[in-house]
Design a protein around this ligand. Structure first.
Ligand code: FNR
Length: 206
């Protein structure tokens, strides 16, 4: 079975090193059907629009519904994820009771020019995805220091060890998706706790 993966690029920059990383990941995972889920045209989330979701936000939710899993490829901004990515997650998680990430397998990866390689942003993103009830790949982790020339503009990785690492990462993600969706397919899981109950439960424990 070929799984489809929707990937989010957390950067809006045309020169994004995370976009370059996404090209490498697509090249190294021919076994997965990889599709970008764009976030740049989303307005800022406003709950006043929950009854009348804008077309960009509806398209976002549909794009997530159309894939088996999601992959976040993100920079770190001030030790967190960029606001544009958080905004997209907020749209996708709403309206209440229709959280698009519920039981949708996910993984997180990111690149930065610095040595920490987006580790702090990824850690924060994992907390957000936990709240959204997305089963997450815990191992492997991938914190990339993207030095100039390591990945060419077309996504070709120039260092063999890095190339193998990224190939292994995508292969591990495919196995993770298989494990999650084979044990209990997302669409047929009897819902012991739906979105609204999850929200009430977390309110009750707060
Ligand atoms: C950064 N950068 C950065 N890098 C990092 O490793 N940790 C950080 O907390 C931050 N903070 C930060 C904030 C803001 C507002 C900007 C613009 C940049 C540097 C960042 O890693 C670098 O610009 C990357 O190239 C951004 O990724 P993209 O856009 O090239 O994919």
């Amino acid at each position: 079975m070929t799984y489809s993966v929707g990937y989010f690029i957390g950067s809006l920059s045309a020169r994004s090193i995370n976009r370059t990383l996404s090209k490498a990941l697509v090249r190294l995972a021919p076994q997965l059907e990889m599709r970008e889920i764009p976030i740049k045209d989303l307005p800022l989330y406003n709950r006043d629009l929950d009854e009348n979701y804008p077309p960009e936000a509806r398209a976002l939710k549909q794009a997530i519904a159309n894939v088996d899993a999601v992959l976040f490829i993100t920079p770190e901004y001030n030790r967190d994820i960029p606001g544009s990515l958080k905004n997209a997650i907020d749209w996708a998680s709403r309206p209440w009771g229709t959280n698009s990430f519920n039981r949708k397998p996910s993984a997180v990866i990111g690149a930065s020019p610095g040595k920490i390689g987006t580790a702090v942003a990824q850690q924060n993103l994992k907390g957000i995805l936990s709240y959204c009830n997305s089963p997450q790949m815990n191992v492997m982790e991938a914190y990339l220091q993207l030095t100039p020339g390591l990945i060419a503009d077309d996504g070709e990785v120039t260092d063999e060890a890095t190339e193998q690492f990224l190939r292994d990462y995508m292969s591990e993600f495919e196995q993770f998706i298989t494990r999650v969706l084979t044990v209990l397919p997302r669409t047929t899981v009897p819902s012991s706790m739906d979105d609204s109950q999850m929200e009430s439960a977390s309110k009750a424990s707060a």
